[in-house]
Design a protein around this ligand. Structure first.
Ligand code: TYM
Length: 334
């Protein structure tokens, strides 16, 4: 708890351009929860270097991501929006937690297996211990709740296991966090292969809607989205392409799948895809406008970075000190 509020933590990687999946699966829920909780939203740049990055590109993307959090509607005066690399407690706690995590647990992580397969020339130790750094992110702020998309649930599970293991040895040190997964949009799939999740790193640009795509590009990608030969807008797993489009439409309009199916009863896929595309354009337009406006104001963004970095460090250090003492590190002489 901070004051009388429970704590929320979440983060996104600054690798690649954010997709509609990131927005509907995570960012949108961050905004809806932000009044209720004391929130920490991190740009997790430490995680990004588990894959080789061009330094200048990473720096630019990290700043764009931070700006985008604000453009999407998170008030940086109320929410702590900051760079993970500006708070050294993340890596310090990660080291300690590494010593409370088993290789057997890490071996089971599906995201590690996927990334190792994709980057077989660079299976580094950071990629392997990635979930431990993520656990450190969350536990450092004693977070009660962590809003994420479906693909991060396994990482939340290991975070809970590490916290419980540590607590069982040293007493109640960490709050054991709960994941928060939204009812719609928790798993947005590729527009070109609806058996795969929509991802920043997809090689096929038509597979993902990027948050900075202009209206024409969005409409073109939806027109080309893979569907099936059934020819009816129905919400069932046997029609994964249409199922995904209904999910997107519902997440963007607030309608339910039943209402959507009724709305497009007897109508063709062409008409439906057009409506889905328009609903996405309506969501992206204000976000893009605000992003363009904020990006011009360097001094304002710099101020947020500084102030919130200091705020995050303050809370991080509180937990870190407690943990260091528990494991037996000598106190600093002041
Ligand atoms: P990242 O950067 O891959 O994704 C950021 C958020 O977007 C969600 N997401 C999706 N949701 C629905 N459909 C999709 N297709 C889709 N793709 C991505 C993710 O679930 C995530 O919530 N390891 C994390 C970043 C992280 C983090 C943390 C998250 C680091 N530390 C602590 C929460 C708490 C990651 O790589 O997310």
């Amino acid at each position: 708890m901070i004051g009388d509020k429970k704590v929320l933590f979440s983060g996104m990687q600054a690798t690649g351009s954010l997709t509609l999946g990131n927005y509907l699966g995570a960012l949108k829920n961050w905004i809806s929860l932000s009044d209720e909780y004391e929130c920490f939203y991190s740009v997790v740049d430490l995680h990004s270097i588990t894959i080789r990055q061009d330094p200048a590109t990473l720096r630019k993307r990290a700043r764009d991501l931070l700006t985008l959090y604000i453009a999407a509607g998170l008030d940086p005066e109320k929410n702590c929006i900051y760079y993970q690399s500006h708070v050294s407690g993340h890596t310090e706690l990660a080291w300690i937690l590494n010593c409370f995590t088993y290789m057997g647990e890490l071996n089971r992580m599906t995201q590690f297996k996927d990334k190792a397969a994709k980057h077989s020339d660079n299976i580094n130790a950071g990629l392997y211990t990635y979930p431990v750094l993520m656990a450190a992110d969350i536990l450092l702020y004693q977070a009660d709740v962590v809003p994420v998309g479906n693909d991060q649930l396994q990482h939340l599970e290991i975070t809970r296991d590490i916290a419980q293991r540590f607590n069982s040895i040293y007493g109640d040190v960490f709050t054991v966090p709960e994941p928060y997964v939204g009812k719609v949009g928790a798993r947005i799939m590729s527009l070109q292969d609806p058996s795969k999740k929509m991802s920043k790193s997809d090689d096929n640009p038509n597979a993902s809607i990027y948050l900075m795509d202009d209206a024409d590009t969005v409409m073109r990608k939806f027109k080309r989205a893979v569907t099936d030969s059934e020819g009816c807008v129905a919400y069932r797993r046997q029609q994964p392409g249409i199922y995904n489009l209904i999910d997107i439409y519902c997440a963007c309009t607030g309608k339910t799948p039943e209402e959507t199916v009724r709305e497009f009863d007897g109508k063709g896929y062409g008409e439906f895809k057009l409506a889905v595309g328009e609903s996405v354009v309506d969501v992206l337009r204000p976000l893009q406008e605000k992003f363009a406006e904020l990006s011009k104001d360097r001094a304002y963004i710099d101020g947020i970075i500084k102030k919130n970095g200091e705020k995050a460090s303050y809370y991080a250090l509180k937990t870190l000190r407690k943990v260091q003492k528990k494991v037996g590190f000598p106190e600093k002489i002041r």
